[in-house]
Design a protein around this ligand. Structure first.
Ligand code: IFM
Length: 466
C-alpha cells in the first residue's frame, strides 16, 4: 500500500526557482506524418509492419499537435507550468536525415517556440526521442559510426535556428531504452535483436552525444545542456543466483551504458570488452564532455530474471503484493527517492526529473469529466518521494510530468493513456483531467484536492470512484 502523504514543503514553493513542467515527444504527438515535406522515420515503417503495434496503430495523426499546437500551449498555460520539454522530429527538419533542410518543418518549431515564449513557458528541446530518419537507418543508422557526424550536423542546424530563443537542450531521451529495445531485444523500431548491433549502437549514440555537446557549446551562448537517462534500481525477480547475476548484468546495460562513459569516460565491465572493437582513440574524451545537469526519467524499479537473449537478462514479474499501474508497472515511490539520491551521490550534478507519470484507463464520465484519481494518487506519492530525496540532500531542481496529452505509447499504440489531458482521438477533442487541475494547484501552491490511497491495483481505485 502506498501512503499519500502531506503537502510538499517549502523548497518546492512557487518562486523557489524549482521548474515544474510537462514532457512530450515528436513522434508520439505531432502526427502530420506526410505533410510539409516530413520524411519517414524508423517508427513510421515499424508501425506499418503487421503485428508490431497494438491495434495496428500508427503515428500518422497521433494528437495532431502539428496543427493544434496553439491549443496545446494554451492548455499548458492554464496548468501554470514553467517549462515544456518536447523533441524535434529529425526527419521533419531533415527529411533524409542529412543534406537539404526542410524549411516548412523548421518553421513549425519556430511557431511552437514563439507561442511558448509568448505564453511565459520555457522551451526545453530534446534532440532525439527515437524517430531516426529512415534514410539514415538505410545507411546503417546507429550501427554506422558516421552517424556521429550526421547527428552533429543536425544539432548545428537546430542550434543555429533556435539557439537565439532556446537555452535548454538535451541530446538524447533514454538511450538505454531505444538501444536495448531496438537493437538488443528487437521489441521496438528498427526491430533488431543482435549483440553486435546493440554494442555498436550504444557506442555510436555515446559518440553522437559528445559531438552534439561540442556543437551546442560553440553555437549557443549560455546553453544549459544535459542528457536524459532512464535509471532505476534493478532487483532479481527470483531468489536464485541466476536472477541475481542477471539483475546485476542488466543494470550495467540499463543504468550504466550511457551515464558511465559520459561521466567517467569508460564503459562498465560487462560492456567494455564488447565495445572495444568499435572504439577509436579520442572517443572517450569526446563522450565525456561536460554537461550541466542530469535528466532522470523514472517510472518503476525493474525485477529482472535470467534469459537466453543477447544480454542474458530480461524483465520478470514484480512481487505480487506491489500495486501496479494499468500498463503493469509496479508503483514504488521509494525506488524514485532512492534513484534520486543514488544519482546525486554518483554524479554530483543538478537533477531534473524529465519524465514521471502513469498510464491509466481513463474515460470521460456521463458529465464529460475524467476523474483520474489513480493518477493523482500516483503523482502525489511520487512528488512526495522527490521531496523526501530533496530533504535528504539530492539537488533536484525540476519535475516534468509525462505527459501533457494522451499519446502514441509506442508498441501499446493508443491503448495506454499517460496524459494530464484526455485526447478523444477520433475528434481530437482535449479534456483536461482531474489530474491536470491537481497539478495546476500543486504548482501554484494552493491546497490540493484530497485523493484516495493507491490500492493494490490503481485501476481499481479509478473504477471505484467513477
Ligand atoms: O512514452 C514513453 C516515452 O516515450 C519515454 N519514456 C517512457 C514513456 C512511457 O512509457
Amino acid at each position: 500500500m502506498v501512503k499519500i502523504q502531506g503537502a510538499p514543503q517549502m523548497s518546492l514553493a512557487p518562486n523557489s526557482g524549482f521548474v515544474w513542467g510537462v514532457s512530450t515527444s515528436s513522434f508520439q504527438i505531432e502526427g502530420a506524418a506526410r505533410i510539409d515535406g516530413r520524411g519517414d522515420s524508423i517508427w513510421d515503417v515499424y508501425c506499418r509492419e503487421p503485428g508490431r503495434v497494438r491495434n495496428g496503430d500508427t503515428g500518422e495523426t497521433a494528437c495532431d499537435h502539428y496543427h493544434r499546437y496553439k491549443e496545446d500551449v494554451a492548455l499548458m498555460r492554464d496548468l501554470g507550468i514553467d517549462a515544456y520539454r518536447f523533441s524535434i522530429s529529425w526527419p521533419r527538419v531533415l527529411p533524409k536525415g542529412r543534406g537539404a533542410a526542410n524549411e516548412a518543418g523548421l518553421a513549425f518549431y519556430d511557431r511552437l517556440i514563439d507561442e511558448l515564449l509568448a505564453s511565459g513557458i520555457e522551451p526545453w528541446i530534446c534532440l532525439y526521442h527515437w524517430d531516426l530518419p529512415l534514410a539514415l537507418h538505410e545507411l546503417g543508422g546507429w550501427q554506422n559510426r558516421d552517424i556521429a557526424g550526421w547527428f552533429a550536423d543536425y544539432t548545428a542546424l537546430i542550434a543555429r535556428r533556435y539557439g537565439d530563443r532556446v537555452r535548454r537542450f538535451a541530446t538524447f531521451n533514454e538511450p538505454c531504452v531505444f538501444t536495448l529495445f531496438g537493437y538488443g531485444f528487437g521489441w521496438n523500431a528498427p526491430g533488431i535483436a543482435d549483440a553486435d548491433a546493440l554494442h555498436r549502437a550504444i557506442h555510436h549514440v555515446n559518440l553522437s552525444h559528445g559531438a552534439a555537446l561540442e556543437v551546442l557549446r560553440a553555437a549557443v551562448p549560455h546553453a544549459s545542456l544535459g542528457a536524459i537517462h532512464n535509471r532505476q534500481p534493478c532487483f532479481p525477480a527470483g531468489p536464485n543466483v541466476d536472477d541475481a547475476a542477471a539483475a546485476r548484468h542488466f543494470a550495467e546495460y540499463w543504468n550504466d551504458a550511457f551515464p558511465h562513459p559520459q561521466f567517467f569516460a569508460s564503459y562498465p565491465p560487462a560492456l567494455a570488452k564488447a565495445i572495444e572493437p568499435f572504439q577509436k582513440p579520442g572517443d572517450m574524451a569526446l563522450i565525456a564532455g561536460p554537461v550541466d545537469w542530469f535528466g532522470l526519467n523514472h517510472y518503476l524499479p525493474h525485477y529482472i530474471k535470467a534469459d537466453p537473449n543477447v544480454i542474458g537478462a530480461t524483465f520478470g514479474a514484480p512481487p505480487p503484493d506491489v500495486p501496479r499501474t494499468t500498463i503493469g508497472w509496479p508503483i514504488e515511490p521509494k525506488a524514485f527517492r532512492d534513484s534520486l539520491l543514488d544519482i546525486h551521490r554518483r554524479f554530483g550534478l543538478t537533477i531534473y526529473v524529465t519524465e514521471n507519470g502513469t498510464a491509466s484507463d481513463d474515460t470521460p464520465d456521463s458529465s464529460g469529466h475524467v476523474e483520474d484519481v489513480g493518477r493523482i494518487a500516483y503523482l502525489q506519492a511520487y512528488t512526495n518521494a522527490m521531496q523526501d530525496a530533496i530533504a535528504a540532500g539530492a539537488d533536484v531542481r525540476g519535475y516534468f510530468v509525462w505527459s501533457l496529452l494522451d499519446n502514441f505509447e509506442w508498441t501499446s499504440g493508443y491503448d495506454q493513456r499517460f496524459g494530464l489531458v484526455y485526447v478523444d482521438f477520433p475528434t481530437q477533442r482535449r479534456i483536461p483531467k482531474a489530474s491536470a487541475r491537481w497539478y495546476a494547484s500543486l504548482i501554484t501552491g494552493k491546497r490540493r484536492p484530497s485523493v484516495p490511497q493507491i490500492s493494490k491495483n490503481s485501476a481499481e481505485a479509478i473504477t471505484a470512484t467513477r
